[in-house]
Design a binder for this molecule. Structure first.
Ligand SMILES: O=C(O)CCC(=O)C(=O)O
Ligand SMILES: [Fe+2]
Length: 490
């Protein structure tokens, strides 16, 4: 029999798949509402009975015959009915409904990835914590925000990632919200985040930041307020020990990635003015239907094509991909696939050979003037919460596969607009492209000798708002013998 394996839904790395959680929550809230109704019915009946029997009345001997009769009758039978009611727990079936969908609920890994998404958004776009907590992202007010519990989760996450100053900011936001809501402490305790937990973490953060004596003062105050809290007592003895042995506070490392963060935040274009033109030369076809092409860099070659995929085709492509989204992986040195925290997106390969795919292949061929008959299939990707692809190369050079046939060029088709964030960025080129539904970005990964060009390092910046869909095509060297006669290595 054994346990059934908990499925890995990986919700946080695909906004599209996260949509399933909306249905689950709706279902759960329905159960909770039924539970509430059932309870309410009972409460009403009990209150009615208490009123009827004049519970609040003065106690005196039942000297009138009706009172004497009434109390005898009540205590002969009513009490049994109440006992029966107290024993009945019709919500046990509700609990079973919840148990049945429990395996589909997000896991702690999902929470970690969702928090990481927010952390990356905050870091990449330098968003102030107080604004973020209130739903202000890049000066845009969204009708959404985080509550005290969610700020606490963010603070914990920042502590785990050793960013103690951010942790402190998140915790202060959480504390403020919690204290403003003090009369609902029962609700917070019920959900496992009593005020004491906020203080416990607060003290730990102050300690890590090297402000240990401030931490001690705060802690003593908190203990005065919640003398029964074991967690505070534990924190107290830990802190005393740290003071006694003079434990070094943690050092937070500073990461700086100027160009990457700049070009994620605002569109970057290399200084030299390049041109927009209609590409009519790549194939015979293009003489009749030219592509709107924007030259972004000559060396390495990077171009952006506008309006190459129709809304209709985009809908079809996304529908083909929707059912099969799975965590996208990266290739290691020895040619194996591995799960990579620097690639938080789900993807699927379009392997069938439909009319649509043939049309898209022809389009890729027209755009690139490369033979794509044997290229990798199209890969459709949907990014998650703060979903990104860290700076990487598409060429495989030193890997097993790379020796055989390297990825000479990459095309990225944008299958959605992205309201905020989500640029494709080339930090070394000072170049970034913000997604525009229907456009396609194309670049060469190899130099004229067929060697990987390090300047083509690129990334997908974290998506802030939106469900980011792209489709990529990696084009291989192998088939290009006659199309790139100038390759000096051949
Ligand atoms: O999503 C993007 O903008 C880039 C994707 C990418 O670099 C890749 O899939 O290799
Ligand atoms: Fe890439």
């Amino acid at each position: 029999h054994g346990k059934t394996k908990i499925p890995e839904n990986n919700y946080a790395i695909s906004i599209h798949d996260l949509g399933k959680l909306i249905d689950y929550e709706h279902y759960l809230l329905g159960i909770l509402q039924n539970f509430s109704n059932a309870l309410q019915q009972r409460v009403d009946a009990i209150e009615y009975y208490l009123n009827m029997t004049e519970y609040e009345e003065e106690r005196k001997l039942p000297d009138d015959p009706f009172r004497a009769f009434r109390i005898t009758r009540r205590l002969h039978s009513d009490y049994l009915n109440w006992m029966w009611l107290m024993e009945q727990q019709p919500w046990e079936t509700l609990v079973k409904h919840i148990t049945a969908i429990a395996p589909q609920m997000p896991t702690s890994k999902d929470i970690e990835e969702a928090s990481s998404g927010l952390r990356l958004i905050q870091w990449t776009y330098s968003l102030p914590t107080a604004q973020m907590a209130r739903g202000v992202l890049q000066s845009i007010h969204h009708n959404t925000s985080l509550d005290a519990m969610q700020c606490l989760t963010m603070a914990r996450h920042m502590v785990n990632h050793k960013d103690f100053s951010r942790a402190k900011e998140w915790l202060m936001e959480g504390l403020k919200m919690h204290e403003a809501d003090e009369e609902n402490e029962f609700y917070y305790s019920q959900l496992g985040t009593p005020l004491a937990d906020f203080y416990e973490l607060f003290v730990r953060i102050l300690d890590e930041l090297g402000t240990r004596f401030l931490a001690m003062t705060e802690l003593q105050l908190a203990i005065k307020n919640w003398p029964e809290e074991v967690s505070l007592q534990r924190a107290h003895s830990r802190l005393k020990m740290n003071i006694r042995i003079g434990k070094e506070p943690a050092k937070t490392e500073k990461k700086t990635q100027g160009a990457y963060r700049n070009c994620c935040s605002t569109e970057c274009r290399p200084t030299a003015k390049l041109h927009c033109l209609y590409n009519t030369t790549a194939s015979h076809f293009l003489r009749l239907a030219p592509l709107k092409m924007e030259l972004l860099s000559l060396d390495p070659y990077v171009v952006l094509f506008h309006d190459v995929v129709s809304d209709q085709d985009i809908l079809s492509i996304r529908n083909l991909a929707k059912g099969g989204l799975a965590r996208a992986v990266t290739v290691t040195q020895d040619g194996n696939d591995k799960e990579d925290p620097a690639r938080t997106t789900k993807g699927t390969w379009l392997v069938e050979n439909s009319k649509l795919i043939q049309r898209l292949s022809q389009l890729s061929q027209d755009m690139t003037n490369f033979d794509v008959r044997d290229a990798d299939p199209f890969q459709v990707l949907n990014y998650g919460i703060g979903g990104f692809y860290g700076t990487h190369f598409d060429f495989l050079e030193d890997t097993e596969m790379g020796h055989f046939s390297d990825r000479i060029a990459t095309a990225v088709f944008y299958l959605s607009d992205v309201p905020q964030g989500g640029a494709t960025t080339f930090p070394d080129l000072g170049l970034s492209v913000f997604p525009e539904k229907g456009a396609a970005l194309l670049w060469y990964n190899l130099d004229h000798k067929g060697v990987g060009d390090n300047r083509t390092a690129h990334s997908a910046c974290p998506t802030i708002v939106g469900s980011r869909w792209v489709m990529t095509k990696w084009i291989n060297e192998r088939e290009q013998l006659f199309r790139r006669p100038c390759l000096t290595s051949i």
